[in-house]
Write a protein that binds this ligand. Structure first.
Ligand code: ZN
Length: 215
């Protein structure tokens, strides 16, 4: 009887416990900044990405990609290409023992293009639709979750979505940081050279918190 009620309690706690996530921007963070990635040949994933994602997986974070791909609405490439690129990324990460929990992308643009993709949607960053969806789907604790990106706009997006901000200096990052940081109205919570360094630091922080909580 005692055993049963204890396990029921543990079960309830497990259901109630919120998870943490690391949200990742794509272009400039995961792959080299090349403007619109309108062909597989322009999708150059940084070599440290699978390892970085594996580190985040093992640290207990959900790993979720959130990317604007308005090139679809603009008619520069197809939604099929976006899915193909993401398939390549998923396979590459899995080949090294990691996994991406979910990829959300926004193919829309409010004023460009025609047809179904020309839409004032809720998913195009800096709107928070993609994160809001993930928060529900994975029962996430926003305040314990992070957004990693290479642009100052990712920092602003993070704070709008209730996430901690991590800026990486790949892609546009180094240039924005060197030449524009004086104009920023808020600073990133963390700055790292690249996604691997960010992943190592966040997993270390997570471990330290877990040890603190157990004392
Ligand atoms: Zn959208």
């Amino acid at each position: 009887m005692v055993f049963q009620s204890t396990s029921a309690l543990l079960f309830k706690m497990k259901i109630a416990a919120k998870e943490k996530a690391v949200f990742l921007d794509r272009d400039g963070t995961i792959n080299e900044e090349m403007g619109y990635i309108n062909h597989v040949s322009r999708f150059r994933i940084f070599n440290f990405v699978p390892k970085a994602i594996r580190i985040l997986n093992r640290a207990g974070f959900r790993v979720i990609l959130v990317t604007n791909q308005s090139g679809v609405a603009r008619g520069y490439f197809s939604e099929q290409l976006v899915r193909e690129l993401h398939h390549i990324l998923i396979k590459k990460v899995e080949a090294e023992g990691g996994h991406i929990d979910k990829i959300y992308y926004c193919p829309h643009h409010p004023t460009e293009g025609t047809g179904i993709y020309r839409k004032d949607c809720n998913c195009r960053k800096p709107k928070t639709g993609m994160v809001d969806l993930a928060v529900k789907e994975f029962n996430l604790d926003r305040s314990a979750s992070y957004m990693i990106g290479d642009r100052y706009k990712d920092v602003q997006f993070a704070s709008k979505a209730g996430l901690k901000s991590v800026m990486v200096l790949t892609g546009y990052g180094r240039g924005e940081y060197e030449y524009q940081k004086g104009t920023w109205s808020q600073q990133p919570d963390f700055i790292f050279n690249n996604l691997l360094e960010a992943a190592q630091a966040l997993s270390g922080l997570n471990r330290a918190e877990a040890e603190n909580n157990s004392h």
